[in-house]
Structure formats: C-alpha cells, structure tokens
Design a protein around this ligand. Structure first.
Ligand SMILES: N[C@@H](CCC(=O)N[C@@H](CS)C(=O)NCC(=O)O)C(=O)O
Length: 315
C-alpha cells in the first residue's frame, strides 16, 4: 500500500519493518475528540461521517459501535471497496457522493493538502468544517460510547464503565500488542525470528484468555465491555483470514474450548451479526493480490448456540 508525501500519492510501499524485521505500525495523525471542552467538534446529529472498509478490523470497531450504540441516524457512513489497489483504499469506478472522493487518500488531502503519512481507515469526517476529526479507531469508539448519549434514540449502554476502566485499559494493552496488532506482526514480519516471536506471543495470550473465559462469561466478568469488542474484531476474522493468510496457524479459533463459544456469544448479541461482512473480510485479505481469487471456505457458523448464558458470574 502506498502513502501520501506532502499531499501527493506515492504508489510504492514503504518499509514498515525495523532492523529486526518486526512490523511497526505508525501512529494515527488526527486525534481530536467530538464533545471536547474546546467546543470545536460538538456532539450534534448529522454532522459527522465515517469512511470505512468493512473488512478492516480497526475500521470494523467503529462500524460495530455505530450499530451497538444505535448511531445510524446520527453518524452517516461510506464503505470502500474491500480490496486495496494501486491508489490504496478506493470507492471503485465512481466517486463517493459526500466529498466526491475516489480514494481514501483524497480525503486526507482534502483535510490537509500537504499531508504526509498513510491513508488509513477508519476516517471520522466533519461535514461542517470539512476536515478529519480523528482517524484512530480506539479514540473513535471511546467517543461513540458516550459523546452522543444525550441525542434521542442513542443507546445509553456503557462499554467503558468506571468500575472496569483500569482492567479494560490493562487488557486492551495486552490484546492490542499480541492479538489485534499481533496477527499483523505475524503476517507482516520480515524475518523468521520476528514472525515466530509474534506467533508465540499471540498464542500465549489466546491461551491465557481462553483459560480466563472458562470461569467467566466476558473478559471483565458478567458485562460486555470495550475490551470484548476489541478482541471480537480480531477473533471473528481469525479463521477466515489470519489462520492462513497471516500464518497464525497453531490452531484455529474453533479449536479453543472457550474463545470460540465466547465469540459466538458476542456475535449473537443484538445488532452484531449484520455488521460482520464475511465477503468483505475475505476481500480485504485475499482480494488485493492478482488475480484476486477469494477462498471459498471456511464455512463458519457464528450462529451456532454458545451455551454461555447461564455461566456463573465472574469477578
Ligand atoms: N491505528 C489505526 C490503524 C488503522 C489501519 O491501519 N487500517 C488499515 C486497514 S486494516 C489501513 O488503512 N492500512 C493502510 C495503510 O497502512 O496504508 C486505527 O486503529 O484506527
């Protein structure tokens, strides 16, 4: 995938590994907050728009929260084509109607004509100021969790409750490093050693989480929190893509005694199933390479009963 340098798109991929061959993800550039005290981006309905790719696990977090919080009427959304091309994420042959952009990098250039960096999804766009509010999914889901709560129809559900905040932050750090980004560290490693380190760390954490979920329904006990949704975003893609494409193949998700029913439990929560786009997931991980053939399998039944409803309440 290319990148923007001083507002100009460069198609050649840039090295994203350090000297040890470890994949290094760049920090996000736009980090403002809707509803912040400075009043620049007030929490009003109809003012913000999300640009996403439905297959991307980071963008997916924002798609999921938009549904879980019932923000569909508050924040509008556009989806790119699943696979990236020479222009990065693209809307296909016709421009998307909101900004007339053909590619995600056009949106970055509109926000900042001299932008240098990667043109990643998700992008949270302010239709009034015509700029990017934020392009970091972790920030965007925190905003979606509470910023629009006063607006009619928006769900009051809280996935970042005070009593679990410290635990959520600690688990997020571990799961980000070794699982969410860990699968990418396996898939994008540039040395055998970097790959094997990432692979070992990934499965060590998954074993640990599997054991934790033997005794409690969700990661923080009996309520679903942000860290469950962040883990779910990776788990739901695991057997469809990471197991094979990123060589995360010690075992499949469906081989874990607890992580697999836990994933189905989350999938079967209201509003979730419709957000999981299996074709888009296959499209992003397999569709970008010529000749763009998508794997036919595996056939995964996320709707199978999970039997976790009556688990004893955890800590
Ligand atoms: N930290 C960002 C990462 C987003 C990200 O890396 N998205 C990928 C798609 S799965 C992307 O757009 N990659 C394009 C690139 O790196 O050039 C977030 O969580 O929002």
């Amino acid at each position: 995938m290319g990148l923007l340098i001083d507002g100009v798109w460069h198609d050649q991929d840039q090295r994203r590994a350090n000297e040890s061959g470890e994949f290094v993800r760049a920090d996000s550039s736009f980090r403002a907050a809707i509803g912040a005290a400075d009043g620049r981006f007030p929490a009003t309905s109809g003012r913000y728009h999300l640009f996403v790719n439905a297959g991307c696990p980071w963008a997916y977090r924002t798609v999921l929260y938009r549904s879980l919080k019932n923000l569909d009427a508050v924040v509008s959304i556009s989806f790119t084509a699943p696979a990236a091309g020479s222009q990065g994420w693209t809307f296909g042959d016709t421009a998307e109607p909101i900004l007339g952009a053909r590619h995600i990098h056009n949106i970055y250039s509109l926000a900042d004509p001299s932008f240098t960096g990667r043109a990643t999804v998700p992008v949270l766009w302010d239709l009034e100021e015509r700029t990017i509010v934020n392009n970091e999914s972790a920030d965007i889901i925190r905003m979606f969790n509470s910023a629009f709560n006063g607006i009619e129809g928006v769900s009051a559900v809280d996935f970042y409750p005070d009593e679990h905040a410290t635990e959520i932050d600690q688990l997020n750090a571990l799961i980000y490093d070794t699982v969410n980004n860990g699968v990418y560290r396996c898939g994008f490693a540039q040395s055998q050693q970097a790959y094997e380190q990432a692979y070992d760390a990934l499965f060590e954490t998954l074993d640990q989480l599997d054991a934790r979920l033997a005794g409690q329904r969700y990661l923080c006990g009996d309520v679903i929190t942000e860290v469950d949704w962040r883990l779910f975003s990776t788990l739901v893609r695991f057997d469809l893509a990471y197991y094979s494409q990123f060589r995360c193949n010690r075992n499949r998700l469906i081989d874990f005694a607890h992580l697999w029913p836990y994933t189905r439990d989350l999938y079967q929560q209201p509003e979730v199933a419709a957000t999981v786009d299996v074709a888009a997931i296959k499209g992003i991980y397999y569709g970008g390479r010529a000749p763009g053939i998508l794997p036919k399998g595996p056939d995964i039944n996320f709707g199978e009963p999970h039997h976790r409803e009556n688990m004893t309440v955890g800590p």
